[in-house]
Design a binder for this molecule. Structure first.
Ligand code: ZN
Ligand code: ZN
Length: 255
């Protein structure tokens, strides 16, 4: 009973064997996948995937890396799609200061517009934060994101940052990095996140867990993330799987 709360199975990396990849996830005990569409190209393909499989849902939003391409009509489009029964969140949205492919002020505007939309339609938000912890937290605070809450996806911040996000009704999601030997911080943060706010993800095809690091990631590998989380929390892996799935159901209504 595992949930992959963040995947990109519509990515071209899966064009040759998408069906088999999804079947492998099923066999590995994955009962729920949230796939993410984050720009003009990936929103339709993510929706298509969610429509084709009863255990796949989708979030739709505009990624900070693509912020410079978002037109006013795209925001209207996302709002319209929020009525779709398989659309469970707005995301991924946020700030990315690592790649810096869109100017910071444009990322900031697009992020704020989508938080406001989420509050308008009453959907949780899925946050992408790369090297922008301070500004992400400040923006969430200023835009009253606590009203809808959501997910800090593949969280890479400190425990201090995590606490601020927990206070704003966010769940903290961990992926492949918690399986890496040298990843001290995400393991320390995971150890402290309350069980009822913990989520697991793959971010497939990226962030592949140990021992497959360097290869393409897939949803079946969320089991490896669950095993790492179980070890850190000192709980059986079945317990971690059950709790994180219940958390995803509570937040996103994916049942
Ligand atoms: Zn992301
Ligand atoms: Zn992602």
């Amino acid at each position: 009973m595992l949930t992959d709360s963040h995947a990109h199975l519509n990515a071209p990396e899966f064009d040759e064997d998408r069906e088999e990849t999804i079947a492998r996830a099923r066999e590995a005990g994955v009962t729920r996948i949230v796939n993410i569409g984050f720009n003009r190209e990936t929103i339709p393909t993510s929706l298509k995937l969610a429509e084709a499989y009863d255990f796949i849902w989708t979030a739709v939003g505009w990624h900070p890396q693509d912020a410079k391409d978002m037109l006013p009509e795209d925001l209207d489009w996302i709002e319209e799609l929020c009525k779709h029964e398989k659309v469970v969140a707005i995301g991924e949205i946020g700030l990315d200061y690592y790649w810096d492919t869109s100017p910071k002020e444009v990322q900031d505007r697009v992020f704020r517009e989508q938080i406001r939309l989420a509050r308008k339609v009453g959907k949780p938000i899925i946050i992408h934060d790369r090297d922008a912890h301070h500004d992400v937290v400040e923006t969430l605070k200023q835009e009253k994101a606590a009203e809808v809450g959501g997910i800090m996806h593949c969280f890479s911040g400190s425990w201090e940052t995590a606490k601020l996000c927990l206070d704003m009704n966010f769940y903290i999601s961990f992926g492949g990095p918690v399986t890496f030997k040298n990843a001290r911080q995400p393991k320390e943060v995971l150890a402290q996140v309350p069980l009822d706010r913990l989520l697991l993800e793959t971010d497939s095809p990226y962030l592949t867990p140990h021992p497959f690091r360097g290869k393409r990631n897939e949803s079946a590998h969320v089991r490896l993330v669950a095993e790492a989380a179980a070890e850190i929390k000192g709980l059986p892996v079945e317990e971690i799987a059950r709790i994180t799935t219940e958390n995803a159901i509570r937040l996103l209504g994916i049942n």
